[in-house]
Write a protein that binds this ligand. Structure first.
Ligand code: G3I
Length: 464
């Protein structure tokens, strides 16, 4: 929010804080491994993450977002329907929460997004505005939002997803009413509100050289030639394992050659779920490819990943049966993709030996409510053998509130007797060697209460 001093250099001041957090956090990354943000800072690169403000209530989620990334992007809270759901009624709560978080953690904020056909309230989309009226509506929205965050937001996705797959302009209320110059007009408005902001056009399926990125390239060339304040293009990069375009580096280069910054703005690389170890390794190689394509070009400003962990990704809702696309898994543990980014940024890329066996306990449990609705929830649990002896046949028990029923389970047999829930390993995961773990899940019905249990027993012995 606007204050008297501007703090655009925050991401270059961040390493000391980040390292302190890394050393104190006890994260699955080993204490001696620098966090991604430190490695990225050494290259002057953005290493960002999309964050949902309400998920910052989850301590592990917040810890990763703060510790590993030098930049955050609002996953939804800065979109038009969130900020100005009714004409003239601005709601800043979610947007402010993440901006405050970024300030507290010395992070830059990448602004997403101002003018987009989606998540656009119906008072704009169906308002029947004339061209001058719509320009007035845009001017009010853009200037109010950009001005409010001028101290905190260095880059803006001013226009999002303006193109069809064939490189023509997408039909939207903006294009229908104002023609393609709505893009230049939006950029001019954002520039007037904050002359220091770096202004971007952002889109998906424009990572390689193809008809759609050709359309973006034609537009970008023309805006640059006309002196319109365009400073960069965002390649969203919602990719599929095995399908990173081979022309990605050449594509980044051609935009950089126009004098533009290129940012990989929404990286995730999805696969069928649950991902096998082989798929996770292939995914890691694809993360490496994306980082190599960016880091090989001077004008590439960095990468933002679209979410903290697989438990909260948008993908399964839109592509059922797909997901597991992010560098942290459903339990917020690092995946091979994390270590691929680490290595691409100059780290050792070595996960190390894993968490130290706990001399005082024999097991550790991560219990994650990964989805929840009125009367149901999906829960994922990982149990790890932190003792020094192999557990041959495990049974994990905890208590849960009355009124909950287990309706299905996977990778374990889960039963409930009274208030005690018991999960037993199945044939392929019943043995836990020292340091070994098993992950299982189950679905419940409930009566409005989904607590996280605070005590577990593995074969009758208390876990941490
Ligand atoms: O907040 C409501 C909640 O109250 C309600 O109970 C629930 C029921 O479905 O919906 C919640 O809103 C959802 C919102 O995310 C917040 O979780 C919307 O339904 C859902 O459509 C929305 O999805 C977002 C999507 O953009 C919308 O288009 C995703 O989180 C977000 O990751 C995704 O991000 C986009 C980028 O902005 C642009 N590029 C593509 C990318 C992925 O689709």
């Amino acid at each position: 929010m606007k204050t008297t001093t501007r703090r655009r250099t925050a991401r270059f001041l961040a390493p000391v804080l980040a390292l302190a957090l890394a050393l104190s956090a006890g994260s699955p990354a080993q204490a001696e491994d620098p966090p991604l943000r430190d490695l990225a800072d050494r290259h002057g690169l953005r290493m960002g993450v999309a964050v949902s403000a309400h998920l910052l209530d989850n301590a592990r989620y917040a810890e990763i977002a703060a510790e590993q990334y030098n930049s955050v992007t609002h996953e939804n809270e800065l979109k038009w329907e969130s900020v100005q759901p009714q004409r003239g009624q601005f709601n800043w709560s979610g947007a402010d929460r993440l901006v405050d978080f970024a300030r507290a953690n010395g992070q830059d904020v990448y602004g997403h997004t101002l003018v987009w056909h989606s998540q656009l309230p119906s008072w704009v989309a169906d308002g029947g505005f004339s061209a001058p009226e719509l320009e007035g509506v845009m001017e009010d929205h853009i200037s109010t939002v950009v001005n409010r965050y001028a101290d905190d937001i260095s880059h803006w996705d001013v226009v999002n997803e303006a193109f069809n797959e064939d490189g023509t302009f997408r039909d939207s209320v903006f294009h229908r009413t104002l023609g393609e110059d709505y893009i230049a007009t939006s950029l001019e408005m954002a520039h007037a509100a904050d002359p220091d902001a770096r202004l971007f056009i952002n889109d998906y399926n424009v990572e390689g050289i193809n008809a759609k990125s050709d359309g973006l390239y034609r537009l970008a060339s023309s805006l640059v030639a006309r002196g319109v304040p365009l400073h960069g293009v965002g390649l969203q990069s919602h990719l599929i394992v095995g399908q990173v375009p081979s022309s990605m580096q050449a594509n980044i280069q051609r935009f950089a050659d126009l004098g533009l910054e290129v940012v990989v703005t929404e990286l995730d690389i999805r696969t069928t779920t649950p991902a096998s170890e082989q798929q996770l390794q292939a995914q890691a190689a694809d993360y490496t490819r994306v980082f190599q394509a960016c880091m090989a070009v001077d004008g590439c400003g960095g990468v933002t990943v679209w979410g903290v962990g697989d438990a909260n990704s948008w993908i399964p809702d839109v592509f059922p049966g797909q997901g597991d696309a992010l560098p942290y898994d459903h339990q917020y543990d690092t995946k091979p993709a994390y270590w691929a980014m680490h290595e691409a940024l100059g780290g050792d890329g070595d996960p190390g030996p894993g968490p130290d066996p706990d001399p005082d306990g024999s097991c550790a449990v991560t219990y994650t409510v990964s989805d929840q609705w009125n009367q149901g929830a999906v829960i994922n649990v990982t149990v790890r053998n932190t003792g020094s002896a192999t557990v041959d046949g495990w049974s994990l028990a905890w208590t849960s509130p009355t009124g909950q029923q287990v309706t299905s389970a996977w990778n374990a047999t889960v039963t409930r007797t009274g208030s005690t829930v018991t999960a037993e390993g199945v044939s392929w995961n019943r043995t836990l060697p020292p340091g070994g773990s098993a992950t299982f899940g189950f679905q419940i019905t409930h009566q409005g209460q989904v607590d996280t249990p605070d005590a577990f027993e593995l074969n009758g012995t208390a876990c941490d």
